[in-house]
Each structure stands twice: as C-alpha cells, then as structure tokens.
Design a binder for this molecule. Sequence first.
Ligand SMILES: Cc1cc2nc3c(=O)[nH]c(=O)nc-3n(C[C@H](O)[C@H](O)[C@H](O)COP(=O)(O)OP(=O)(O)OC[C@H]3O[C@@H](n4cnc5c(N)ncnc54)[C@H](O)[C@@H]3O)c2cc1C
Length: 493
Amino acid sequence: MFRLINKSINNNNSNNIIKLNKNNIINRFCSTTTTTSINKDNVYDLIIIGGGLVGSSMACAIGNNKSTKHLKVALIESSKIQSVEETISNPIPDIRTISFNNQTIQLFKSIDVWDTIKSTKRINPFNQVRVWDTSGFEGIHFQDKDIDNNNNNNNNNTTMGYIIENNIVTSSILAKVKEFDNIELFQQLSVKCLNDYDQETIKSTSILPSVTLSNDQQLHGKLIIGADGGNSILKKQLQVPSMGRVYNQKAVVCTLKLGEQQQPNNTLFQRFLPTGPIALLPLANGYANIIWSTNLIHAQYLLELDDESFLEQVKDSFLKSPSTSNSSFFDIASNLLNLNPKGLSGNEIYMPPIESLVSKRASFPLRIDHTFNYTLPRVCFIGDASHLVHPMAGQGVNLGMADVKALSEIIQQSVQSGYDIGDPMMLKRFEEIRKPENLKMLLSIDTLFNLFTNNSILVTGIRNFGMSLLNNISPLKTLIIGVSKGEPILKFK
Ligand SMILES: Cc1cc2nc3c(=O)[nH]c(=O)nc-3n(C[C@H](O)[C@H](O)[C@H](O)COP(=O)(O)OP(=O)(O)OC[C@H]3O[C@@H](n4cnc5c(N)ncnc54)[C@H](O)[C@@H]3O)c2cc1C
C-alpha cells in the first residue's frame, strides 16, 4: 500500500522510490565558504522555516506564552505576506479554503487571533455533514449531536468547525506575529539551504546549525523548525526518509455563488464518485468552495471545460444517479437482504442551488506522505513537512495545528525546567506524542480513500452495507465521523 520514499534533493518526482538512507552523515548542503561570523544578531533560539498556517501559528504560540515569549524567533516566509485588509478587499472568496475543527479554533483563541479572524465576517460555521456515494443509498448524514451522543458527551457545542479562506487565517496570524518584539519576520525571503550539518557534531558540541537565506544572510538557531510544507527543503536536504504514495489524483478547486436557500448554509456535502470524492464546503455570505478530487486525465478535462459546461458537470456529479445494471453480486444480495428498503436512488439528497461559478479553477496534486523522523538534533518538523494527507477528510492543517500545540508545550516545559530547547530528549517527546496520532489519522483517511475508490464487487458490497445501516453506528459511519471530527478510529499500539 505505502512505499518508502526518500526524495533526493534534485528529484521532484515523488513517484520515484528510492532506498532508505541508513547514513547518519548528511552531505548535501550549501557550501559555507562564505560563512559569516556568529554574533548575537544572527543567533536565534528558534528558526521557523515557512510562515504558512502551521509555521505562523507556531511563532504565535511561542510569542503569546509568558514562559516562552522571551525566546528570539526568526520566521522565514518566501511568499509575499498580505494584510488582513488585502485578503478581504475582494468580496469573492479565495479558492483555497480550509475546514478548521474545534481543536484548531481553540488554538486560534489561545494564541489570540480568533477575534481578528472573526472580525473579517468571512467565517462560516458548519454543523452538518452529508456523505454519500453512487451506490443508490441515502448515505450518511450527521450533526455534531450525533458525535456527542456516540461519545456519551453532554457537550452542547453544535458547531463542528468553521470553513474559512486560507489566506484570511494566515494573514490574521501573521498580523499577530508582527506584534511580538522577539519575533523577526523575514518576508519574501526563502531558506536556500541548511549549512554543513552533521548529526554527531551537532549532538556532541555547542555548534549550532545554520541556514542560508536567498539574500545570502546566515542565521544560526538552537532549534530549526521545518514548517515549509509538503516540499520541505529542510527535509530534502536532510534526506529524511518518508513513507507514502501518490494518489494519481488532483484536486480541482473553485468558488461558487449559491442561490437563495430555505435553510442555513451550514452543511458540508461530500459525494464519492468512482473517480474520487467531490465536496462542497459552505462559505460565508452565500458562497461555497468545490474540492473535486479525481484522476489526472479527468482533472485536466475539468480544468479545460468552459465555465457553463463545468458547472453542469459539478451539478451532475452531486445529483445524477448512476446507471446501474442491477445485476452485480451486491445488487442481487442487496435486494435479497432488503438493504435499501426505501428504494432510494441517492439523488434525494438536498443540495443548495448553485447559481454561478465566480472564480478561476486551479488544481493540486494529491499524495500521502509520512516522515519517519519528526526530529533530528536541533531540528524538528511540523505540519505538511512531516505528514501529508488526502484533502477529502479536511484534516491536513488540523493535524499540523495539533503539532503546534504539542511542540509549543514541549518548548514551554524545556524553558520552565531549564533544558536547552533543542534538547533531543524533549524533542523526542514531541515525536512520541504526535507520531501515533498523525499516523492513525493518515491510515484512517487512506482506508476511506481505498474503500470509496475501489470498485471491486467485494469492496463495493462492504461499503454499501455500511452506507445502508444509516441509523446504526456502522464501522463506516464511525470512521467517517471520527475522521471528520479529527478522531480516527483506527487503533494500533
Ligand atoms: C485542495 C485542498 C484542500 C484542503 N482542505 C483542507 C481542509 O479543509 N482542512 C485541513 O485541515 N486541511 C486541508 N488541506 C490541507 C492543508 O492545505 C495543508 O495541510 C496545510 O496548508 C499545511 O500547512 P503548512 O503550513 O504545514 O504548509 P504550507 O501551507 O505548505 O505552508 C508552507 C509555507 O512555507 C513556505 N516555504 C516553503 N519553502 C520555504 C523556504 N525554503 N523558505 C521559506 N519559506 C518557505 C511556503 O511559502 C508556505 O507559505 C487541503 C489541501 C488541499 C490541497
């Protein structure tokens, strides 16, 4: 199922399988012939590479905590940083949106950015999820109270999370980062390379690792955090082995304007088609985001269609009944066992009316990837840099935010107990906390993907059986609810 991938620095083809590097000595680094002298100005406690959602939240979590706010932090982001005002100047939502779960919202509150995000009035809570496929069954419809009931939890919270544009959240966090005196934001500068790094030397001496920026500036850090996303330069340079596979799918995304609705725009819809899932994420002010994951040829076809034809395809993919021969093993068994007593065709599901396409379409290649080592001496990976998942479960950032919470707590403990913040033992604790959780979620999402994109009779039968037991807690329903809520049910020791 998974393949071991250890990407070489010059190799961008993630399909390639390269042997696990057993060597501790890392040798593909910048030449440091132009080494600048180390002085207090270019030495940082923390160097965070990447000011995306995860890296910027990490900086904020350090700056906003009274035990760690004195730490000197460098946050390096290669792209241009927009102000919050710029991100909302266009009334049409950006095509990159994220469903943030309640744990992530809690983190936003704790780092003091939630009020800014809320003030944009571009946040949309969702409290219902509908998942169905093309089998003809009604699918799964759940609300937060279902989850609470399952957990025997009397929590009255009825919001499952919020759908918000990615750039609004990032700019709100970065606006907060700018308030901290001890955090230096290096904008529109990228980390070119990690300078000569040898694990043994770093472990056994006081030599600090350093990075070179695109303007040739060198920064030294007690701890270097790789929050530089799925194509992490830090991970490539350190040749950290990882396990994963490409899905041979792309996610085609766009923004729609919805028509008048009788009910609040607070349901997240996802239908599993034989080619992959299509999701409609409700946005504030009557908009919605489409994330359509499909094979590469189909994705290209969708990108090239004219707007009108594309919209037709979107509507059909949610509403049209598949033509079934009713002669497969499962159809016969289903009839005999009366698994579909209401005789549903699957298109009875209420969908909000789609008015128009209001954005360009873009696509993102999809793969799953999990890094073997979350930490090396004075180095740590968080977010997509250490784990990538399929977007169908909307968990990528949420996992990254859980990394932020865990790592900032570990750094806080190190400071409070007088440890060096790059102490390998403390960093190992971070890995021990996050690795099993991330792996469980990765495997749960991959299981769902395999279950829904596999069209063999046996798998279709198992899937439909799960879909048919709507009011029971079938393993499938529990899996979907768990994954949606960020609580995977797959367990291992
Ligand atoms: C279509 C789609 C839909 C998704 N929907 C959801 C969802 O609903 N919910 C969810 O939780 N997740 C979702 N995800 C996943 C989510 O987008 C990622 O998990 C998330 O963006 C990862 O954040 P990150 O900060 O770790 O990495 P990134 O967002 O990749 O950020 C990395 C940052 O590092 C910077 N950078 C990179 N290299 C360097 C360098 N050398 N020097 C300096 N800076 C550098 C980049 O400019 C970037 O800003 C979705 C993904 C896709 C593709």
